[in-house]
Write a protein that binds this ligand. Structure first.
Ligand code: PA5
Length: 440
C-alpha cells in the first residue's frame, strides 16, 4: 500500500503558494479520463502484473548457481534492476551470492575493475536491451562475448539476453547461437520495464519471489482507472504536480526518500520523470535526493532559494530494525536528548521537522509512505510512480513514452563511430570539430 498526503500543497495550509482542492480534483478527474481512453499502447504497462513468470523463474534458478551475475544495460534497462538489488538485498555482494554487478556506463575503469573481480567461468551475463541497438550496451556485450569465447567457454552457458520478443540484434544473435532469452513485452520498454524480466530476472536470481513484486504492482494497477480522489492517489499526485508547475511555476521536483535502500529509487524515478515529460518545452526537472543526508546539503536552497521547487517525500513507516541510541553522557545536555530514542524515531522526526519547516516557509510538499520495504511494496511504489508519470504526461498533452530528444545524440554517436547509414551525422561531427573553439 502506498499512501499519499497532499495536505501541504493546499491553499488551506500554505496559502497563496498552494492550490485549491477543487482544482486538484478537477484535474485528477481529467487524468483518469485521459488514461481510461488509453491513447498509447504503451499504457499496457498497467496490466503487467498479469504475466507468465515461468521462464524468469527457471532462468533465475539457474542464475543462483553462478558465483557472479553481470548485468549489462543502460537507462531503463539498468536503473530498475539497481533499485531491486539495493532495496531488497542491501550490501548484497558482501553477504550473498551470486555477487551482482550492474555495468551501465561505458567507463573502461569500471569494467576493468569488474573483470578483475569476476571469474568468467562462474559468471552469468545478462544483456538487457529492448531495442538491441544501444551503443553502450552493445559495446560491453561485444567485450564480454569476445572474452568468453577466447576462454573457450560455451556462450550458451554464460549469456542470457533480455530483449524484444521478435526483433533486434540481440534476438538475431540469440537465434544464431542458441542463447537463452527473456522477452520484454512488445508495448513495454525502457523506463517502464522494471516489472518485466528486466527487473524480475535479477530479483529471482537473488532469491526474491517475482510474483510478490507483481502482487504489489497489481494492487496499484487496480486503482489506476478509479475516479474519486480517495481512491486514486496517483491521479491526485499527477494533478498536484502538474498544477504546481502550470499555475505556480514550480518547475523542479525534489524526490526525497528517507531510507538508504531507496537511494537508487530516486535515480530511477528521475529518469522516468525526465525522459517521459521533458518535451515541447514542458515537464518539470527531477532532482534525486536522500533524507536525512541532503538536509545537510540541499535543504538550505529548498528553504530559502528560488521559489521553483516542490518536495516529494517518501517515508518508510517501519525500517524493520529497532536500533536504540544509548543513554550515555547523561550529564551533557547536547547528547542527553538523544538517548533512549531509536534511529527510526530520529529518522521519522527529522522528516517531520523538515516537512513542517517547509510548510512554515510556504513551500509546497507532498508525502508518499509505504509500510516497510519488501517485494510487495517495492512493486507497489514502482507502479505508483509509473502510473503517476504517465498521467502527468497526459495532463501535459505530451507522449510520455517516447524520447525524441535523445535520438539526435545517438545518431551523432553512430555517425562519429562509423555506423553505415549515418554519413550525414558523421559529416556534421567533422564540421563541428573544425569550428574555432575558445579554450583557455
Ligand atoms: O526509457 C528508455 O526508453 C531508455 O532510457 C532506454 O531504457 C535506454 O535508452 C536503453 O534502451 P535499450 O533497452 O533499448 O537498450
Amino acid at each position: 500500500m502506498v499512501k499519499l498526503d497532499f495536505s501541504n500543497v493546499l491553499t488551506e495550509l500554505i496559502g497563496s503558494a498552494g492550490i485549491k482542492l477543487s482544482e486538484i480534483e478537477d484535474h485528477a478527474k481529467r487524468a483518469v479520463e485521459l488514461i481510461r481512453a488509453k491513447p498509447y499502447r504503451e499504457l499496457d504497462f498497467i496490466e503487467i502484473y498479469n504475466q507468465d513468470l515461468k521462464d524468469v523463474k527457471e532462468i533465475g534458478k539457474i542464475g543462483r548457481d553462478y558465483e557472479y551475475f553481470l548485468l549489462l544495460g543502460i537507462g531503463g534497462s539498468a536503473l530498475g534492476p539497481k533499485v531491486i538489488l539495493e532495496a531488497l538485498s542491501p550490501f548484497h555482494n558482501l553477504k550473498k551470492k551470486p555477487k551482482v554487478f550492474i555495468y551501465d556506463n561505458v567507463d573502461p575503469v569500471t569494467l576493468k575493475n569488474i573483470l578483475e573481480i569476476v571469474d568468467l567461468k562462474r559468471t552469468l551475463v545478462n544483456v538487457i536491451s529492448k531495442s538491441g541497438s544501444t551503443s553502450e550496451t552493445l559495446s560491453s556485450f561485444l567485450i564480454l562475448w569476445k572474452l568468453i569465447r577466447t576462454r573457450r567457454l560455451d556462450v550458451k552457458d554464460h549469456f542470457v539476453f533480455t530483449t524484444d520478443p521478435e526483433k533486434g540484434n540481440l534476438r538475431a544473435i540469440a537465434e544464431e547461437y542458441g542463447i537463452r532469452t527473456l522477452s520484454i513485452p512488445k508495448n513495454i520498454g525502457g523506463r517502464y520495464s522494471v516489472l518485466t524480466p528486466v527487473g524480475l530476472l535479477l530479483a529471482e536470481t537473488i532469491g526474491i519471489p517475482s510474483e510478490e513484486i507483481l502482487e504489489g504492482a497489481k494492487d496499484i494497477s487496480e486503482k489506476a482507472f478509479e475516479e474519486g480522489f480517495a481512491k486514486n492517489p496517483m491521479a491526485i499526485l499527477a494533478s498536484s504536480l502538474y498544477l504546481l508547475d502550470f499555475l505556480k511555476g514550480r518547475r523542479i521536483l525534489v524526490f526525497l526518500p528517507y531510507c538508504d535502500r531507496l537511494k537508487t529509487l530516486s535515480e530511477w524515478f528521475s529518469q522516468l520523470w525526465a525522459e517521459s515529460l521533458g518535451k515541447d518545452g514542458k515537464g518539470t526537472t527531477p532532482y534525486p535526493s536522500l533524507g536525512t543526508t541532503d538536509q545537510h546539503s540541499q535543504l538550505q536552497i529548498w528553504m530559502e532559494g528560488p521559489e521553483d521547487k516542490v518536495i516529494l517525500f517518501l517515508t518508510v513507516e517501519k525500517h524493520g530494525v529497532q536500533e536504540e541510541i544509548p543513554e550515555e553522557f547523561y550529564y551533557l545536555e547536547g547528547l542527553r536528548f538523544l538517548g533512549g530514542h531509536t534511529l527510526e524515531e530520529l529518522m521519522h522526526t527529522e522528516q517531520l521537522a523538515t516537512e513542517m519547516a517547509l510548510c512554515m516557509h510556504k513551500k509546497p510538499n507532498l508525502k508518499l509512505s509505504i509500510g516497510e520495504i519488501e517485494p510487495r511494496t517495492i512493486g507497489g511504489i514502482f507502479q505508483f510512480l509509473q502510473v503517476t508519470t504517465a498521467m502527468a504526461g497526459l495532463l501535459y498533452g505530451i507522449n510520455p513514452f517516447n524520447q525524441p530528444g535523445v535520438e539526435l545524440g545517438k545518431r551523432l554517436t553512430y555517425g562519429a563511430m562509423g555506423k553505415r547509414g549515418f554519413e550525414t551525422e558523421a559529416d556534421e561531427v567533422k564540421r563541428y570539430l573544425k569550428k574555432e573553439r575558445f579554450i583557455i
